[in-house]
Design a protein around this ligand. Structure first.
Ligand SMILES: N[C@@H](CCC(=O)N[C@@H](CS)C(=O)NCC(=O)O)C(=O)O
Length: 202
């Protein structure tokens, strides 16, 4: 039995919701409303001392961190080609998982969080990191359909939500046609899941 501790407006949580939907896995959803500080309640801290969602529980296994959860779901429940065995392929995907928690989170996610959650973060810094993240995505996607390898992988799941939500942070994607075309490819996949703000309003 899978349980997801989830906040509807979180892009990190949405990576996991997308994955569960792609894999057509049933799960129980427990709402952790970050605006009400539910993540600081003792029951939740007992599960994740870092007080962050997403958190996934699968029987005895308790997992925090969206990237770790994506790896687990891909390998435990099929779609191994989304995280293949070859060391080179794993490392290529890992580059993008790292990019998703560095440039994407500190740039694209923060630019949005400043606007929609009133997050205390330097807007100039968030926009500067966003620019370099979007340049990197555009550079890759000008010549390739997907972020890692020649196929859809966990790299795309990990980077899509905050990239496609960044317009909510007041950042225009007009200069990034290859990124917008990639959004369309992700959004056309079977069992793609939406969330408030997604799919991207093309
Ligand atoms: N690297 C983690 C980051 C998780 C994270 O920052 N979660 C945010 C919501 S998007 C959170 O729960 N923040 C609440 C807090 O820090 O108290 C992941 O990818 O899951």
């Amino acid at each position: 039995m899978i349980t997801l501790y989830d906040f509807e407006l979180s892009g990190n949580c949405h990576k996991v919701r997308m994955m569960l939907s792609f894999l057509q896995l049933e799960y129980e959803r427990i709402d952790i409303d970050l605006r009400k500080k539910d993540q600081m309640k003792a029951e939740f801290i007992a599960l994740n001392r870092l007080h962050k969602v997403p958190l996934l529980v699968d029987d005895e296994l308790v997992l925090r961190d969206s990237a770790a959860i994506l790896v687990y779901l891909a390998r435990q429940y099929g779609k191994t080609d989304w995280y293949p065995d070859s060391p080179a392929a794993m490392a290529e995907i890992q580059q993008w998982l790292s990019f998703s928690v560095n440039e994407v989170f500190n740039g694209l996610a923060m630019a949005r969080a400043i606007v929609i959650f009133n997050r205390d973060f330097d807007p100039k810094l968030a926009h500067a990191i966003s620019d370099s993240a979007l340049d990197m995505l555009e550079f890759r996607l000008r010549e390739h359909e997907w972020l890692a390898l020649d196929q859809f992988t966990l790299a795309d799941v990990a980077c899509y939500p905050y990239a496609a939500l960044v317009y909510e942070g007041g950042i225009s994607l007009d200069r990034y046609p290859a990124v917008r075309a990639w959004f369309k490819r992700v959004e056309a996949l079977p069992h793609y899941a939406d969330m408030p703000g997604l799919p991207f309003p093309h």
